[in-house]
Design a protein around this ligand. Structure first.
Ligand code: KIV
Length: 275
């Protein structure tokens, strides 16, 4: 972790630290993470908060959408990310089906993420429809991150998960949702796949941090799915994804050289054998 005087080095970052960074105009970053080793790398690189996202459904479990992933599948990943970090704030996603039924079930599942997983906060998707859940969780002492714009858990009603959200009148509705989430006690709001000017309007309106993913440059923080950021995923990616490495090529090359060495009898050699 790069040690700014203003970020704690010897303890976990809290939602108060994220708010303070936002108040002083410092942009901070988040990534998704689902395992111990990547979590440690991201923290060392200065990522302040890690999201154990329900994108693990696609990135880890090979599922087609985020809809099927369960609390029982997410919790071991939350535990792994917590074990791999010392200072990053760990946010655990509430998967589809773990909060829609009402505040009581939302609190029960959020408590599991904190007690069993070791997370410091949870995230859920939606605006006005989830306000009772957000109020109940924050009243129970659980920090809650909202998620507006493209909400992949609603794939079956959105008509696809690649669509930009919040154009035209929908922008005003999103603005109202964002304000309502803040009023209900959310400590931050993810804005996914919305026009940059809407990202700016929401960021100017809210006191709490906005975390953009395809929401333009005016958000207080940015998040990406790490496999997209590092070039492990293949195929057509959304416009907002910037690849900072070609991990798939690197891994492919290393694996090909390993299998070539094995089939050619060059591995293991004397150097990699016990006497
Ligand atoms: O689950 C996830 O990874 C997310 C991010 C895309 C924000 O919600």
């Amino acid at each position: 972790m790069s040690e700014g005087a203003t970020w704690p080095a010897g303890r976990r970052i809290t939602i108060t630290d994220l708010q303070a960074a936002t108040d002083r105009g410092e942009r901070w970053s988040m990534l998704t993470s689902y395992d111990t080793l990547t979590a440690g790398v991201f923290e060392q690189a200065g990522v302040r908060a890690l999201l154990v996202g329900d994108t693990s459904a696609e990135m880890v479990l090979g599922l087609q959408t985020t809809v099927p992933v369960t609390m029982d599948q997410l919790i071991p990943m939350v535990q792994a990310v917590v074990r791999g970090t010392r200072t990053a704030l760990v946010v655990a996603d509430l998967p589809f089906g773990s909060y829609e039924a009402g505040p009581e079930v939302a609190v029960r599942n959020a408590v599991r993420h904190l007690k069993e997983g070791g997370a410091q906060a949870v995230k859920l998707e939606g605006g006005h429809r989830v306000l009772p859940q957000v109020r109940a969780m924050t009243a129970a002492g659980i920090p809650v991150m909202g998620h507006l714009g493209l909400t992949p858990q609603s794939v079956n009603t959105l008509g696809g998960v690649r669509r930009v959200q919040g154009r035209g009148a929908a922008g005003d509705r999103l603005l109202a949702d964002a304000r309502a989430l803040q009023g209900a006690g959310a400590f931050a709001v993810v804005l996914e796949s919305v026009p940059a000017d809407l990202g700016q309007r929401v960021s100017e309106l809210l006191r709490i941090p906005t975390v953009g993913i395809g929401a333009g440059p005016y958000c207080d923080a940015q998040i990406l799915v790490w496999q997209d950021m590092a070039g492990l995923t293949t195929g057509r990616l959304p416009r907002f994804v910037k690849r900072y490495a070609s991990l798939r090529d690197t891994l492919l090359d290393a694996t090909r050289r390993f299998t070539d060495d094995v089939s050619g009898g060059r591995y293991p050699d004397a150097e990699h054998s016990y006497t």
